[in-house]
Design a protein around this ligand. Structure first.
Ligand code: BJW
Ligand code: ZN
Length: 279
């Protein structure tokens, strides 16, 4: 009955008192920076959907093809900048901590692997699905940061999204390799693919933030991919106020207290103004 409200003042009143805010984000928060979302028209690379390439099976069949896909996205995101939503979220984190001597906190729990929250100034970020700029050795399991552009010489000029792009497989020995001299194993992107479990430490950090949280913003996610999709409905079920910011309603909208339609670069800074503009 009733459905979610779009009463901005009511949300601002809640945020002014909140001690632990979680901002749960998805691809929509980066859409206005020019990073394509997954579902909808932007979600294709060549003729593939993300679901076809973001799997361990796809990497086993063709590490070259999967590396081309991730190389393309690494290079694309390097040309993009954090937008007003990323900046407002980062400024709210800083301000909230400053006015309370560190007692009040805002944590970003993101499904995105693009690093734009951190580049926008957020410090407390849980990356549920990993990072475009980290690698994971398939042999020694080492996880390493890697912002090289290109990540290896053989990928230079590869990864174009045009379906007619030449795509001779790159020999495995020329794909990204572990930097440890005694290993040199094949690297994979440090991202969570479909059918893979999220990393236990990541899940723990997300759980810690969610269990303490007394207000939650859900920004730019279709809320269909688990386990992230259950986080905000679980908070709402505990009567914690949840506000969704999305271009359109999602399957989770009716679980929530608030829904603010529209581009998040407008709606999110407005909602967080009660924190970012506080004296
Ligand atoms: C704007 C905007 C603007 C645009 N302003 N808004 C049932 C229960 C539990 C699990 C499952 C289940 N059924 C199937 C599963 C498994 C699966 C799953 O959830 N599948 C669903 C599709 C149903 N989950 C998994 O496999 C997870 N692992 C797991 O469950 O392990 C246990 C297990 C083991 C073995 C078998 C089965 C289970 C892992 C999921 C990992 C997801 N990884 C990806 C790819 C990462 C790597 C990469 O990027 O290449 O993560 S999938 C892809 O979707 C990516 C995203 O993080 C994720 C979420 O997408 P997101 O962010 O919501 O984007 P969109 O595009 O969907 O939505 C954008 C939204 O923004 C839209 O709503 C727009 O309207 C909005 N928007 N512009 C405001 N300007
Ligand atoms: Zn290694």
């Amino acid at each position: 009955m009733g459905g979610p409200s779009a009463d901005l003042n009511a949300l601002k009143g809640i945020l002014q008192k909140a001690k632990r805010i979680v901002v749960l984000t998805g691809a929509g928060v980066s859409a206005e920076s020019g990073v394509p979302t997954f579902r909808g028209s932007g979600g294709f690379w060549r003729t593939y959907k993300s679901q076809d390439l973001a799997t361990a099976g796809a990497f086993e069949r063709s590490p070259s093809l999967v590396w081309e896909f991730y190389h393309y996205r690494r290079e694309l995101v390097l040309t993009k900048q954090p937008n007003k939503a990323h900046h407002a979220i980062a400024e709210a984190e800083r301000r909230l901590s400053e006015v309370s001597g560190g007692v009040r906190q805002l944590t970003v729990v993101t499904q995105n692997i693009d690093g734009l929250h951190q580049r926008g100034g957020s410090n407390r970020v849980v990356e549920l699905h990993g990072s475009l700029y980290k690698t994971w050795c398939t042999k020694c399991r080492d996880i390493a940061e890697n912002t090289d552009s290109p990540i290896c010489p053989a990928l230079e000029g590869r990864g174009a999204p045009d379906p007619d792009s030449p795509s001779e497989p790159i020999p495995s020995k020329d794909l990204p390799r572990c930097r440890k001299d005694d290993c040199r194993g094949l690297l994979r992107p440090y991202v969570v693919w479909f059918g893979e479990n999220l990393h236990p430490e990541t899940l723990q950090r997300a759980d810690d933030a969610l269990s303490e949280c007394d207000a939650c913003l859900v920004v730019g996610t279709s809320s269909v991919v688990y386990p992230a999709a259950m986080y905000a409905p679980a908070l709402a079920a505990r009567n914690i106020p949840v506000a969704e910011f999305n271009l359109e309603p999602t399957s989770a909208t009716y679980d929530f207290m608030f829904h603010f339609p529209g581009p998040c670069t407008q709606t999110v800074p407005e909602a967080l103004a009660s924190i970012t503009d506080s004296q």
